[in-house]
Write a protein that binds this ligand. Structure first.
Ligand code: CTP
Length: 447
């Protein structure tokens, strides 16, 4: 099987079927009509347009968030565009959650679909840009002139590839490749096979597309927005996700396989988890608490910050942290995972003092320590550790760590700690994430 065979095989699988297209179109009509009614009722001069992957015809079956824009004349000004746009959206869809990108927008649930309603200015080019969202209609215009049917298929295949290797999405949770970035890369490389061939040779901080924009941005990957050369569309892509794409592309080139597109279901064999735990010698610590009621972007930002804060606390008490990650179902549970070298430390530790040449410092060191000795030309002493057990540290001092507000609030309400084999008592998504964290290996690497 080669990459062309894969494309042939996926052709009818990555595009939505007629029933799904009908369902999406019905919902779009409903959403657009509701917003237009509201605009008319208020006698406002604004236009409703659908953008994003639904408009570009690059959406994946089952993955069909609808992006709707309320576009105002730029002369209205940013403040009024945002307030009036939000009012229209909120009265049209009373059941919504308010979210923030550069400016607020709402997400409404309509007939099982997630609909983002975003206020923006209707502009003809970026020199007249008022809000970051104003670029989106220009993106649609650019893509409608560059994406033909074949490239649309290739964009869908590239999205699926990115999704399965875990790098799809520019949100804080993932820090990966947005839908628009995938579409641009498909256009830039003129299709999926050529994308794979080139991505296999990407170099973080050196790959700039197109080349003329070298030395303008300092990001792992730079892809210039064709509608706004001042913007790097790949600014959200972190080093790890770029590296994953590079290696996965090399693997696909070496051993073309459908597994990247139809991945095996993760199997959790508790026995194999026990073997991995026994083999490693290090320890796994998982802190589990209830999930705060905040939008996903805030939640993931706070989780990542708090995860690092607790790792620093452990390091400050000399427990060596090898690796960490976090997980949430964005509803009920949050979890922070750590791999540490030790759960217990000796009661005493050796403190290195000044060299013998520093007379005053030596006097001070001797005065403040018992049991001082000299090795070569340096003073040493024993000192007592006040915390020798990691579990005690976490139970008693977790709030000394740098924690984000909502995570701290939830931890104050209570948390549980699972250590090593206790991880086997976790279930659902938590257990799957624990397995990934413990095994580490990338499922698509080798057979
Ligand atoms: N957008 C952008 N830069 C991003 C993310 C989004 O410019 N990092 C703009 C693009 O104009 C894009 C639109 O927002 O077309 C909608 O993006 P999004 O909702 O993230 O995803 P889709 O492109 O619709 O992709 P899909 O729903 O298939 O994941």
């Amino acid at each position: 099987m080669d990459i062309e065979d894969i494309i042939k095989h996926l052709k009818n699988k990555v595009a939505p079927n007629e029933d799904e297209i009908f369902l999406v179109n019905t919902t779009i009509n409903k959403v657009v009509n509701k917003l237009n009614d509201e605009i008319k009722r208020r006698n406002i001069n604004a236009k409703v347009e659908v953008h994003g992957s639904i408009a570009h015809d690059t959406w994946l079956p089952g993955d069909r968030d609808i992006d709707v824009f309320i576009l105002f004349d730029p002369s209205v000004g940013k403040e009024k565009i945002v307030t009036e746009g939000l009012e229209i959206a909120k009265s049209a869809f009373p059941k919504y959650i308010e979210r923030y990108a550069e400016h607020p927008f709402i997400t409404a649930h309509v007939d099982g679909f997630l609909v983002d309603v975003v206020p923006a200015a209707m502009i003809s080019d970026v020199s007249k840009l008022i809000t970051a969202a104003d670029r989106t209609p220009l993106h649609s215009r650019y893509l409608s002139s560059t994406l033909n049917d074949e490239l649309k298929l290739h964009a869908r295949i590239l999205k699926l590839f990115m999704k399965n290797i875990g790098v799809y999405g520019a949100e804080i949770k993932v820090e990966g490749f947005s839908g628009y970035l995938v579409e641009l890369l498909t256009v830039f490389y003129n299709g999926f096979p050529n994308f794979i061939k080139n991505a296999a040779d990407w170099i973080p901080y050196k790959t700039v597309l197109p080349k003329e924009y070298e030395n303008v941005f300092n990001d792992p990957l730079v892809v210039i927005d064709p509608v706004d050369p001042k913007r790097n569309v790949a600014s959200a892509v972190n080093l790890e996700n770029m590296s994953i794409v590079i290696q996965a592309s090399r693997e696909l080139l070496k051993r073309p396989s459908l597994k990247f597109f139809i991945p095996p279901k993760p199997r959790i064999l508790k026995k194999s988890l026990i073997t991995s735990l026994r083999k490693r010698g290090s320890h796994i610590v998982v802190i589990v608490a209830n999930c705060p009621k905040v939008p996903p972007d805030i939640l993931w930002g706070e989780l990542k910050h708090s995860m690092k804060g607790i790792a620093r606390l452990m390091e400050n008490y000399e427990f060596r942290v090898v690796d960490s990650t976090c997980w949430s179902d964005e509803n009920k549970i949050i979890a922070l995972f750590y791999e540490v070298k030790e759960l217990k430390l000796p009661k005493i530790k050796i403190v290195k003092g000044p060299p013998i040449s520093m007379r005053d410092s030596c006097e001070q060191f001797i005065a403040s320590h018992e049991n001082v000795w000299i090795r070569d030309s340096t003073l040493y002493a024993y000192s007592q550790r006040n915390v020798t057990d990691l579990l005690t540290l976490l139970k008693n001092k977790i709030f000394a760590a740098s924690l984000s507000r909502h995570i701290a609030e939830e931890l104050k309400r209570g948390f549980e700690i699972y250590i090593d084999y206790q991880v086997l008592n976790l279930n659902g998504g938590l257990l799957i994430h624990a397995k990934k964290f413990i095994d580490k290996s990338l499922w698509w690497l080798k057979d």
